[in-house]
Ligand binder design. Structure first.
Ligand code: F6R
Length: 613
């Protein structure tokens, strides 16, 4: 997804902007560019492809070397092909103003007609070029300052934006604004770094301010001013970013994804820290304290999310109904937002999101709030939009997730759901012995995850043995049905193998027709109430010569009779089993993708944070 970096300070801007863009590469992009303010002129370089290409071009362009103010961008195409012309920054047709933009201007066609009528010309297919020309039009038409022209233009815009703007006529100034697309201002000594993501700021400072929707900032040599786009001054608090640069780096692993899989024991420990009170047999969730009484009286939970977070939501459906006895519905956020959903009294809406910026999840949240639901967030990125727009919530504390394929965030999301379900369950009906049993079992989960991770090499061998096959099935039941879906999603998104996840019993209603000699079929079959049924399904696959890979509970020797490969996970209460069974499937997907030579951290066509529809 697109990334923005802007700089104003005493240092040379070009190198700094490029370093910032490199920090944002993990978000996924298809082109990049930068603009540095020179002596009364804007110097722009942009290119399709990697940031390295821009680095080379910038190195060879002497005009870029001196300036200390600039903006830069990584683009993930929405309007127009990923090419040099459509890459950002975009300049107005007079070449005096440059803009980088994340988001989508919905009414760009109407605005373009207006600007064409005024004699403006366009070179790209982008909505961004329309916006920069609109700013240019107002700048020429009576606005005294760049910020005034930006404000006037943004008031005409329908859609979403995070923008950073510079002008050749006011070279010691950078203007940035946001609506629906994140923007953070790093506040250093005599310098400011504007970015869509903290990763591009941390190298310079941990002091930041977060812009809210409809807010903007003007940074200059003399300091910073914040205001709304209607020019009402706003006072912003400087906050501290908690993540270190080291946390953001790969930590010695070949890929971020592997690092993030391998740190899941520690992630589970962090997510549980301070929240499991084993002495008083309680769950402590500070973020829900204010709403706890209200939550206990919940009549219905609606959980909404996208992708992997949606799979975590499906696990949540089992947890909330089973452990807390609250009827729960799980919705794709992209469907929920357009469905005119019925929200009855005492409905609680739960938005799950690693990034906290996913456009569909945010829109679903706003729809639910509009209709009166209390909204909770289960979010990883502190200070993200979803975290700020929900009434209360639980942070994952999973640390930055850089690999495009979500792994440790899933674990953090399921842990957060388990804690909420236990907290509500205990207050509604759960006995103290039952609660004690779950809390003790939960406290053992981090060590158990680490035991599974030790099997990475064995799992690699299984993955390598079957990674040439282009079709895989993943089957599970009950709590482990969502894990089958997640296993299939992980495999397809990074190895490009076609994979389907299904409830195991559904197989005989159609998908069994797919089974042929050697087709890998992964069963998620820890010991549980439907275990015997699943062994029946395994027999059906074997009879058709499929290759059976089973994730089973330690000590289940019987399962070996039915399987080509068994991966064992430690025993635990069934509601906690997804936290363990998902781990071998993440490793399987990772090793299969590496064996196939795929770019694991930057899979084709995917972006880390999907901030457009
Ligand atoms: C899959 C993956 C995506 C995200 C989805 C939601 O590995 O990463 O499916 O889970 O785009 O993203 P967040 O959790 O940031 O809302």
């Amino acid at each position: 997804m697109c990334g923005i970096v802007g700089y104003i300070g005493q240092k040379k801007a070009a190198g700094l902007l490029i370093e910032g863009l490199k920090r944002l590469e993990y978000r996924g992009y298809d082109s990049a560019g930068l603009c540095v303010c020179g002596e009364g002129t804007l110097h722009v370089q942009k290119s399709p492809g990697r940031v390295a290409a821009i680095e080379e071009m910038a190195g060879a362009d002497a005009s870029l070397q001196a300036g200390t103010v600039g903006i830069a961008h990584t683009r993930w195409a929405t309007h127009g092909a990923p090419n040099q012309v459509n890459a950002h920054p975009h300049c107005d047709d007079g070449g005096r103003i440059a803009l980088v933009h994340n988001g989508i201007i919905d009414n760009y066609a109407t605005l373009k007609q207006f600007l064409l009528g005024k004699g403006h010309t366009f070179t790209s297919e982008t909505d961004t070029e329309v916006l920069v020309n609109l700013i240019g039009e107002f700048y020429e038409d009576g606005c005294q300052t760049l910020e005034e022209a930006v404000q006037r233009a943004l008031r005409e815009v329908n859609g979403t934006y995070g923008i950073a703007v510079v002008s050749a006529d006011e070279p010691d100034k950078l203007v940035a604004a946001r609506k629906g697309s994140p923007l953070i201002i790093g506040v250093g000594d005599d310098e400011y770094v504007v970015a869509s993501d903290a990763a591009a700021i941390l190298e310079h400072t941990a002091n930041v301010i977060y812009l809210n929707d409809n807010e903007m900032v003007v940074v200059g040599r003399d300091g910073m001013r914040t205001m709304t786009i209607d020019n009402v001054p706003v006072t912003k608090e400087v906050q501290q970013i908690e993540w270190s640069l080291e946390e953001i780096a790969k930590g010695g692993y070949p890929h971020f994804m592997l690092k993030e899989i391998m740190e899941q024991g520690e992630v589970a420990r962090q997510s549980l820290r301070g929240r499991l009170d084993l002495r008083d047999k309680r769950v402590l969730l500070g973020g829900l304290r204010e709403v706890a009484r209200h939550l206990v009286r919940t009549r219905k939970l609606i959980v909404s999310a996208c992708g992997t977070a949606w799979h975590a939501g499906l696990v949540g459906e089992f947890l909330f109904e089973d452990l807390a006895h609250i009827p729960t519905e799980v919705e794709y956020a992209s469907e929920f937002r357009y469905r005119n959903p019925i929200i009855e009294e005492r409905t609680v809406f739960v938005a799950i999101s690693q990034s906290g910026e996913t456009a569909d999840t945010l829109a679903a949240l706003r729809e639910a709030e509009e209709k009166g639901a209390t909204a909770l967030g289960i979010v990883n990125v502190v200070g993200s939009t979803i975290a700020r727009e929900t009434d209360a919530g639980v942070y994952l504390h999973a640390g930055p997730e850089i690999g495009v394929a979500s792994t440790k965030a899933f674990t953090g999301q399921v842990i957060a759901e388990t804690l909420i379900a236990l907290m509500l369950g205990r207050r509604r009906f759960m006995s103290q012995p039952a609660m004690t049993g779950y809390l003790e079992a939960l406290s053992e989960i981090p060590d158990k995850i680490e035991r599974i991770l030790e099997q990475s090499d064995d799992i690699r061998q299984i993955a390598e043995a079957h990674c040439e096959r282009e079709n895989w099935l993943f089957l599970g039941r009950g709590y482990n049905y969502p894990i089958a879906l997640e296993g299939a999603l992980k495999l397809k998104e990074i190895s490009y193998i076609h994979a389907e996840g299904l409830p195991a019993a559904e197989m005989k209603h159609g998908p069994i027709a797919l089974i042929n000699d050697g087709m890998p079929v992964v069963f998620v079959a820890p010991r549980c109430g439907t275990y015997d049924k699943i062994t029946g399904n395994i027999e059906e696959i074997r009879a058709r010569k499929g290759k059976v890979i089973v994730v089973a509970t330690e000590g289940d020797e019987e399962i070996r009779r039915y399987s080509d490969h068994v991966i064992y996970v430690p025993d635990c209460p069934v509601p906690l089993s997804p936290l363990l069974t998902v781990v071998p499937l993440q490793l399987m997907a990772y090793h299969a993708a590496v064996a196939r030579g795929c770019n694991v951290d930057k899979p084709r066509n995917l972006a880390k944070s999907v901030t457009v529809e």
